[in-house]
Ligand binder design. Structure first.
Ligand SMILES: [Zn+2]
Length: 123
């Protein structure tokens, strides 16, 4: 395993920290002036997007998922260890996913345009 394979964990935590900081900073902001001019059909979506508490709840959920998909080491042969997901299994639980697992890769997709995102993380 390379450092880059492990860093998806740090990458996601950094994105969540940034978003959490922005959401907390926005808690005291007033609704923007243009909200009254948003189409009625779009208001629920815009209102949700502008709700820091909603963003913070979403982040708490993602952090909980992240905590469940930690790397673990498995002996693959007499001279080789590999990082696997401590949670994810397939083939009726008989086989494991290498780290980062599909769940972590899916969590990273919204940040694919970030300069630190790595192509190797694509699902
Ligand atoms: Zn996993």
């Amino acid at each position: 395993m390379t450092d880059s394979e492990l860093s998806i964990f740090e990458f996601l935590r950094a994105r969540y920290d940034e978003l959490e900081q922005a959401a907390n900073a926005a808690k005291t902001a007033r609704r923007p002036w243009y909200f009254d001019h948003v189409d009625d059909a779009a208001k629920p979506f815009v209102d949700l997007a502008l709700n820091p508490d909603s963003v913070l709840n979403d982040l708490a959920s993602k952090r909980a998922i992240l905590a469940q998909h930690r790397p673990a080491w498995r002996r693959m042969s007499w001279d080789e260890d590999a990082a696997i997901c401590d949670t994810c299994r397939y083939d009726n639980g008989l086989d494991v996913y290498f780290f980062p697992c599909p769940t972590l890769r899916a969590l990273a997709v919204p940040y694919a345009a970030h300069s630190d995102y790595q192509e190797a993380w694509k699902p």
